[in-house]
Design a protein around this ligand. Structure first.
Ligand code: UDP
Length: 356
């Protein structure tokens, strides 16, 4: 294309949920620093509370979204349908060269589908993850997003293999894991700004950190009761801090479950989370991101689920399912990149667009 050398490619990035703000933190930085790229950020509104959304933009220096919607609640179909319509309008107006979606939420699915139907190349960050559990809404979202994507940016070799097993080999890259970039950047900021340990009067190495928010744990009161009982039993050994996801807060109230014995706090920003993680003796979680972050901070993790997408954390002894009797022998995990996945992703996108 004439003038391609000097051209700036416009990408629209779609975020909506907490883990996507955290992934946008290193990625948007790398895009801003790249002379051949410009980014238009769209926030669907899937997560909207100040401590689930605004705090991440503010603390992590993410530019305010160019287009912000207020789409949350309702059934999966209703939410995704409204997002599809809203995102399509943005894409028709912005005419981007590519659309970037992250992870596995309804915002990911809507962004990927809206772009693919308009013949705009879709870049899926965190492609190729599989739990092989189609009852998880996230699994449906990531499978569909992968199958309509043009560039599939995988965090691990296994993710590349998962895609190959589904016949997807074109446009597949393994630039590393943005969450590792985010962890490295946040650790530096947290050292300066985070105060949560002092605020909660916790001693480094003498408490555990827990999070619970997956539908499989929150939507079934009997399952939620089991999780709470498990955490309470752990709290008899050491303090357990539980930053409570709004979905879980509602589910606990609806199920009439109490959290006596746990240190329950509101969701925290990423810098406080980084400090809490760094000094924890153990992590208990059903979050995908947190299982890896526990490894990045070299804290052993217990996953409160029946399976995980991050199987290398299990095989290398840093993570176990709560039903497993113990950990595998501990080894370093040679995956997730070098902490510069974001820059590598920006280069992959520019190389693709320059050739297309
Ligand atoms: N997180 C946070 N504050 C909290 C709880 C979690 O910043 O109070 C971060 C956590 O460190 C991880 C991300 O949010 O990076 C995980 O998000 P979530 O559990 O909502 O989603 P998942 O990882 O399961 O996709």
């Amino acid at each position: 294309m004439p003038g391609a050398q000097s051209r700036r490619w416009r990408i629209v990035s779609i975020v909506g949920a907490r883990p996507q703000f955290i992934k946008a933190f290193p990625f948007s930085r790398a895009v801003r620093a790249h002379p051949a790229l410009e980014e238009v950020l769209v926030h669907t509104g899937q997560h909207f509370d100040a401590n689930m959304s605004d705090i991440f933009f503010r603390e992590l220096g993410i530019a305010p979204p160019h287009h912000a919607f207020d789409i949350h609640g309702g059934s999966h179909a209703a939410m995704t349908g409204r997002m599809l319509t809203a995102i399509e309008e943005v894409l028709v107006a912005e005419m981007p060269d590519a659309v970037v979606v992250y992870g596995d939420t309804n915002s990911t699915l809507a962004g990927a589908l809206a772009a693919a139907k308009l013949h705009i190349p879709v870049v899926h960050i965190e492609a190729g993850l599989r739990s092989f559990n189609r009852r998880m809404p996230e699994e449906i979202n990531r499978v569909v997003a992968d199958h309509v994507s043009t560039l599939l940016l995988c965090p691990t070799r296994l993710a590349v293999e998962n895609l190959a097993a589904e016949g997807i080999t074109r446009g597949v890259h393994n630039p590393g894991d943005l969450m590792f970039d985010a962890t490295l950047l946040a650790t530096v900021l947290a050292e300066k700004h985070a105060r949560i340990l002092a605020t909660l009067n916790l001693s480094p190495g003498h408490y555990a950190l827990a999070t619970v928010h997956r539908a499989e744990n929150t939507d079934d009161p009997a399952q939620l009761a089991k999780v709470v009982a498990y955490l309470k039993a752990e709290a008899e050994k050491q303090p357990v801090v539980l930053p409570l996801h709004p979905r879980t807060q509602h589910a606990l109230a609806a199920a009439g479950l109490d959290t006596r014995g746990l240190i329950v706090i509101d969701p925290v920003g990423y810098l406080d989370m980084s400090q809490l993680l760094h000094h924890a003796a153990r992590v208990f979680t059903d979050s995908g991101g947190l299982q890896k972050e526990a490894y990045f901070h070299r804290v052993p993790c217990v996953t409160l689920r029946g399976e995980t997408e991050w199987v290398e954390t299990i095989s290398h002894g840093w993570n176990r399912l709560w039903t497993d009797p113990g950990y595998a022998p501990r080894k370093d995990i040679r995956e997730y990149g070098d902490g510069h996945a974001a820059e590598a992703m920006a280069e992959i996108i520019v190389a693709y667009l320059s050739r297309a």
